[in-house]
Design a protein around this ligand. Structure first.
Ligand code: KG4
Ligand code: ZN
Length: 370
């Protein structure tokens, strides 16, 4: 609807330069420039390479998003940007760009949390999020179970990985199997032709005395690597498809088991899954099966909205505007370890101060963006 906030969101926390535009909970544009190919030969994201790629991609990606949405920068009601967590240098490029556009255009600036954005993006696919929402976020950088009574102001950690992120485990196992980077998509594909019960790999932190909602993938990773090594040492062929399927089964089993349990314990009757690993076909299928059995409604955005993108930042920014949250001030800075409990970042030394945007508009109108 025309009276809903029109917000542009910028995401640069890792290797994706994402610029999205939404109106309320409607997606208008989702432009992405990825530097993933530039990192492939290193087997992981190189921060300096990512920062430079963001710098080069920023303006063209913003222009592309505006064209795709059929709006001009002047039409926007606000500019949102990932303030953290993520790679410090990469975040800084996005925050600087967002500040420059917001200042020049006289628009309010909203520094938002990357993890809360991963949750909020589901509004673009399935409509307003019920409150509270239980969310399982699984990607190359994070694996957490979060309870969000209010996505703009109150996000509570239930559990997190104590070592590797789920996506990191996929990437490391793919490296051991010489399958390239990133590992998730190729393991997913090979696993479809393998037997998930061929090898009984360990399920980390599932003992009776273990923390109920925390994850651990490093033991699984070591067990898979040792299993492969033993076959190679004995001169036997490694059944790559069975290894991929059995490894993937162990990850999906632990993630879905703990997420469903958290919903039941907290009396939450729906679960959202986000982050790059939410694209995994077995995780999606197992979650659907277990949620249905437990009477829990499952919400998983389409894969393009699960991986890092600008639309998710715009979605959370629009929610901030809709709920009259204060804009961030011009001291807003990137915070590489921004806690998940801060969905919204007010700014620098004067948290909560609302900037005088009318004044900024005066400057911009005449001098900066005309
Ligand atoms: O959310 P994302 O794009 O970036 C981060 O914030 O990390 O997630 C990337 C991660 C990588 O580790 C990648 O291997 C994993 O998500 N991934 C998958 C699949 N597609 C991407 N993991 C398992 N199955 C997939 N289909
Ligand atoms: Zn992410």
């Amino acid at each position: 609807m025309a009276d809903e906030p029109l917000v542009l969101g910028i995401e640069t926390s890792c290797d994706e330069t994402g610029v999205g535009i939404v109106r309320g909970t409607t997606l208008l544009a989702d432009a992405i420039a990825s530097s993933v190919d530039e990192h492939a030969r290193f087997g992981g994201v190189v921060p300096e390479v990512a920062s430079r790629a963001h710098l080069e991609a920023m303006v063209p990606t913003i222009e592309r998003a505006l064209t795709e949405a059929g709006v001009t920068a002047r039409d926007l009601d606000g500019i949102a940007v990932t303030a953290g967590p993520g790679l410090a240098g990469a975040l800084l490029v996005g925050v600087s760009a967002a500040k420059a556009y917001a200042y020049a255009l006289g628009k309010p600036l909203y520094g938002v949390n990357h993890l809360a954005s991963h949750i909020c993006v589901d509004q673009l696919e399935h409509g307003p999020l019920p409150e509270p929402t239980m969310a399982l976020l699984v990607s190359g950088g994070h694996s957490s179970l979060l309870l969000a009574p209010d996505i703009t102001a109150d996000v509570r950690p239930m559990g997190a990985t104590i070592d590797d992120a789920a996506g990191e485990a996929f990437d490391k196992i793919a490296r051991v199997l010489d399958l390239g980077f990133p590992g998730g998509p190729v393991i997913d594909r090979l696993a479809r032709e393998g037997d998930p019960e061929a090898i009984a790999f360990p399920r980390g932190l599932t003992g009776p005395r273990d923390p109920a909602y925390d994850f651990s993938f490093s033991g699984l990773k070591t067990a898979v690597a040792r299993w492969i090594e033993a076959r190679r040492h004995a001169g036997e062929e490694v059944p790559v498809r069975d290894v991929a399927a059995s490894f993937q089964e162990a990850v999906a089993d632990v993630l879905t088991r703990k997420a469903v349990r958290a919903c039941q314990d907290e009396g939450v009757d729906h679960l959202m899954i986000g982050g790059g690993v939410a694209a995994n076909s077995r995780l999606r299928a197992m979650a659907a099966e277990r949620c249905e059995r437990a009477g829990i409604r499952l919400r998983v955005p389409r894969p393009k909205l699960c991986t890092d993108n600008g639309a998710m930042v715009a979605a959370l920014g629009a929610e901030m505007v809709a709920r009259n949250r204060p804009a961030s001030d011009w001291e807003l800075s990137a915070d590489s370890s921004l806690p998940v409990t801060d969905p919204h970042v007010p700014g620098g030394p004067h948290p909560g101060r609302v900037h005088d945007h009318d004044h900024v508009h005066e400057i911009s109108k005449d001098n900066l963006y005309s």
